[in-house]
Design a protein around this ligand. Structure first.
Ligand code: BGC
Length: 934
């Protein structure tokens, strides 16, 4: 083989799909007998790859090599025999192009975990007398002897409730909140840890502290507890090989003991209370629970870990004299303090995302007390930490200890530890902050499952929120395995009639209705994973669930294909909805529902075709076409106005291609543009319309208006929260009102990623880095520069390698730069030439330059054109305000809308329809001076 190699470099970045190890750590930990492999190619000047070769080296040194005549490099199938449990080895990759082979890659080490139910000797054990629901958190443990040094030890662990395991007093992992939250009734995750270094010859002790977590703590806004059961339990199996050749299995069974601890109370919503004086209570017995291992599954996604530590600024005092810490950003995790104080002193830490009148604003937390308490042991510095809970906060007050006795205060930031992949930057500081806030909200809400919010008595896997946000998430981090795991829960919890729960895991068990945009997560999220990561496996796995959903909609809609008259969330949180009625949107709910039906049917038809289900493909393509026709017949006029004359309605119709005639599409695009202008570039969309509106405007040829929306700062807008100091995305456009008070609505979170879905448009259309074939094998580079930005760029670590696109305006030139990774291609469509097919380029760096004029300098021919010129309109607005025609600039837009088609020389008459002629003339004279550039 070496002889046949060439000057090629070796493939790199070998990755196993579903690797459960934290990013960057080796070996990969695999829960599959036939793992999928991806790698990145070196530059191959000889041409495209034609084959690849994998070399598997087993732990005993045996090697096997398989050659596959396929260019595949993303999620390539495993060509060897199925791996057994506890297998170890390495894999190397070589690739052939132009008849020549690359050298072997570096070896990628892996091990498999327990792959079969029969691998388990351990039984679930639960404290018999201790560990009652409102009592102290129990510890379960036992000691054991080892005759010699351990050479290899793996601890396989899970629990009912959350656990913190220790070997000889040391935590076995920095994983937090293990085993995470899955649909426990169907799937309970276990994780395998390398604990070799923690063992010693002689006596060892393995313990696990058990917390209520999602299993037995409060869950959902109704304050329900013990949703899954009222007994906490541990399952642990420690497998040890010693230097003397002996092997040992220490597994939970009836011989283990339970103990009381100083953790007097723990709850994810309410917080933790810890008495640091209390020693471990005397041993009590455990019961072996009759839980078959069938529900167990090996971890298929990286763990939740501390991903950052934010030191607090020096504390200040609130008006009520409470000691206040500011951690600089709204994060998810815990406050950790080093304090000193005498034994018995009680320290209380309260959390909030924002301040109101200088005090913690805790009302938005609703039923979540979010309070950690400690009773000090005294006698030196003590670290206060509450690892059986988490909070969403930027601020915390600390009571019970003087500031000089707090030696350190930091926020420990928790998140599923996903590999960051995408970046975006641009010349506008507000947009840059907006993008950072989207990333921070993703991190805070990707805590084992994708949640709506991380702070109040909710924190649920709301399907609608991730349906909207998945494309953005897929750019920011490698969340393929994370979302695929959640989708398995979704499929497991789908009702037999095809209904998808509102939230997954499903805590609203008895509520049945199907809701558009929420249930559609079952089609949209797998499709997104396919589009962004090339993950065809999850699509195939979810296919039956996708079909059940669409079949359900088909039945619900009936003959006329209009999904109407049922419960819907609709365009949730339309800014026009009253604070306590978030579903009272302007867009008709049946219209929203039917549009989603059409979209899901389309995705299902495409999926069926891709997977080779030909009959299904034809059937669902027909269904999609029928629903589209029904949508247009029911909700659109022949000319293209929609029954709900709202931005959300037009955005759906345009982006999802629901209007059959070009005339309808043209009208809809122009009407959307006028609605956006008439609303003064403030947002008028809720969860459904927000991710679509900028794309709809861009596609309809009104990208400059999408930019106006993006850069608007008055409320409601994307940048309004930024002007208010937000460090995360808010649930509502106005979670905080302009006067600094908190929105009076029941549901007011300051950390909700849904409205941040606009970031996907920033990546794809502003910077111009869009996927055109699965996993970005083909990239569509069609950047849309617009007013207010001098440059923008995005970069992404795609499965093929690093791709980037960006542009900058220099004088009268536009420079576009593109990076294409080996194995991929890009089609570059430059502004002005976008309508042409574009230029297809291969791997490497590419630079393009075209003439660029930011404006045509023409005098506006209509009031509409005047509105579109932001600087001109502001100047005209100032005159209108000064002359008393309008109270403020915002008021000019709806007035102008009455005469968009008229020349600006008639603006005064449009604004003052009933005023006396001389007043109108005087006003127009002042406006004309502005129009003439005086
Ligand atoms: C959540 C949302 C969710 C919604 C369902 C809210 O309480 O926070 O984000 O999607 O309920 O309508």
């Amino acid at each position: 083989m070496t002889a046949a190699t060439s000057a090629y470099a070796a493939p790199s970045a070998i990755r196993f799909a579903d690797d459960a190890a934290a990013p960057g750590s080796a070996p990969a930990v695999l829960g599959r007998a036939a793992p999928r492999l991806s790698w990145q190619l070196p530059p191959l000047p000889g041409g495209a790859p034609t084959a690849h070769r994998l070399r598997l080296t087993h732990a005993d040194g045996r090697t096997e090599t398989r050659t596959t005549a396929s260019p595949e490099q993303v999620r390539a199938p495993w060509p060897f025999a199925l791996l057994p449990s506890r297998a170890r080895g390495t894999v190397e990759v070589a690739v052939q192009a132009d008849g020549r082979w690359t050298p072997w890659s570096d070896p990628a080490p892996f091990e498999t975990t327990l792959l079969h139910a029969g691998d388990w000797r351990a039984r679930f054990v639960s404290p018999r007398t201790l560990g009652a629901p409102h009592g102290p958190a129990p510890l379960i443990g036992r000691s054991f002897e080892l005759p010699a040094e351990a050479t290899r030890a793996r601890l396989h662990l899970t629990s009912l409730g959350i656990h913190i395991a220790r070997l000889n007093g040391h935590r076995v992992t920095d994983e937090e909140l293990a085993p995470g939250w899955t649909s426990y009734r169907h799937r309970l995750r276990f994780r395998s840890h390398d604990v070799t270094a923690a063992l010693r010859p002689g006596t060892n002790e393995l313990t696990a502290l058990l917390g209520n977590g999602w299993y037995r703590g409060k869950l959902g806004g109704a304050g329900e507890r013990a949703v899954y059961g009222d007994r906490l339990a541990l399952l642990a199996q420690l497998e040890v090989e010693c230097a003397d050749g002996s092997t040992h299995v220490i597994a939970t069974d009836g011989t283990w003991h339970a103990h009381d601890t100083g953790v007097l109370a723990d709850d994810l919503y309410d917080g933790q209370t810890t008495d640091l004086r209390r020693p471990r209570g005397g041993p009590g017995p455990v019961d072996v629970l009759d839980i078959p291992p069938g529900r167990l599954f090996p971890a298929d996604t990286p763990p939740v870990r501390p991903v950052a530590h934010h030191p607090a600024a020096p504390p200040t005092r609130t008006p009520a004299r409470a000691l206040l810490y500011d951690f600089g950003a709204n994060v998810v995790g815990r406050v950790r303090l080093d304090v000193r104080g005498e034994a018995g002193r009680e320290v209380t830490v309260r959390h909030a995302e924002v301040l109101e009148d200088g005090e913690l604003s805790t009302r938005p937390l609703r039923g979540a007390a979010a309070t950690d308490r400690y009773i000090l042991a005294g006698g030196g510095t003590e670290t206060l930490d509450s690892p059986l809970t988490f909070h969403g906060f930027r601020y915390a007050t600390v009571e019970g200890v003087a500031p000089e006795d707090i030696l350190r205060a930091e926020a420990v930031v928790l998140s599923s530890d996903l590999r960051p992949t995408g970046t975006f930057d641009c010349s506008h500081p507000g947009v840059r902050t907006l993008h950072e806030n989207v990333g921070r909200s993703m991190r805070g809400n990707f805590l084992d499952i994708p949640t709506d919010c991380p702070q109040r008595d909710e924190r649920l896997g709301w399907t609608g929120d991730i349906q909207i946000f998945a494309p953005t998430a897929a750019f920011l981090a490698d969340c393929d395995a994370f979302l695929a795991s959640w989708l398995r829960d979704l499929a497991a919890e789908q009702h037999p009639d095809g209904t998808v729960p509102f939230a997954v895991p499903d805590v609203h068990r008895n509520i049945l209705p199907a809701a558009a945009a929420w249930g559609d997560a079952v089609t949209v999220v797998p499709w997104t994973l396919y589009e962004r990561f090339g993950d065809r496996d999850t699509l195939a796995e979810l296919y039956p669930a996708m079909r059940r959903w669409v079949d359900h909609l088909d039945r619900a809609a009936g003959e006329d294909h209009v999904w109407a008259g049922r419960f819907q969330f609709g365009d949730w949180l339309d800014p026009a909805a009253p604070p306590d009625e978030p579903g009272a949107a302007r867009t008709d709910k049946d219209l929203v529902a039917t549009a989603h039906f059409a979209r899901s049917a389309r995705i299902l038809a495409d999926t069926a075709r891709l997977l080779g289900h030909h009959e299904d493909a034809a059937r669902y393509a027909r269904l999609a076409a029928d629903v589209r026709t029904a949508f247009a017949e029911t909700f659109a006029t022949p000319a293209g106005r929609l029954l709900s004359d709202t931005p959300t309605a037009y955005a759906m119709a345009l982006v999802w291609d629901l209007l059959p005639s070009p005339r309808q599409r043209a009208t809809a695009g122009d009407r959307l543009a006028d609605l956006v202008r008439a609303n003064g570039f403030r947002m008028a969309t809720g969860f459904v319309g927000t991710p679509l509106i900028t794309d709809a405007l861009t596609e309809a040829g009104h990208a400059h208006l999408a930019y106006r929306l993006l850069l608007e700062e008055s409320c409601p807008s994307w940048l309004y929260p930024v002007t208010m100091g937000a460090t995360t995305m808010w649930e509502r456009w106005d979670s905080m009102l302009p006067d600094g008070s908190v929105n009076p609505g029941q549901m007011t979170s300051f950390n909700h990623y849904a409205l941040g879905a606009v970031a996907d448009w920033l990546h794809r259309r502003v910077a111009g880095l869009a996927p055109a074939a699965p996993g970005y094998r083909e990239i569509d580079v069609c950047p849309v520069p617009g007013p207010g930005l001098a440059w923008a760029r995005a970069a992404l670590d795609t499965p093929y390698g690093r791709a980037a696109a960006g542009w900058r305006v220099t004088g009268d030139r536009l420079v576009v730069e593109v990076t294409v990774p080996p194995g991929a291609h890009a089609t570059v469509r430059l502004p002005g030439a976008a309508a042409t097919g574009g230029e297809r380029v291969g791997p490497g760096e590419h630079r393009f330059e075209v003439p660029w004029a930011s404006g045509d300098g023409r005098r506006p021919a209509s009031i509409r054109e005047a509105v579109d010129d932001a600087a001109l309109w502001t100047a005209l607005g100032e005159v209108l305000v000064k002359e008393g025609a309008v109270p403020d600039l915002a008021a000019t837009f709806p007035l102008a809308a009455r005469g968009f088609d008229l020349p600006p020389e008639r603006l005064a008459e449009v604004v003052l329809p009933r005023a006396r002629r001389d007043r109108v003339d005087r006003l127009q004279e002042a406006l004309d001076a502005v129009l003439a550039g005086e």
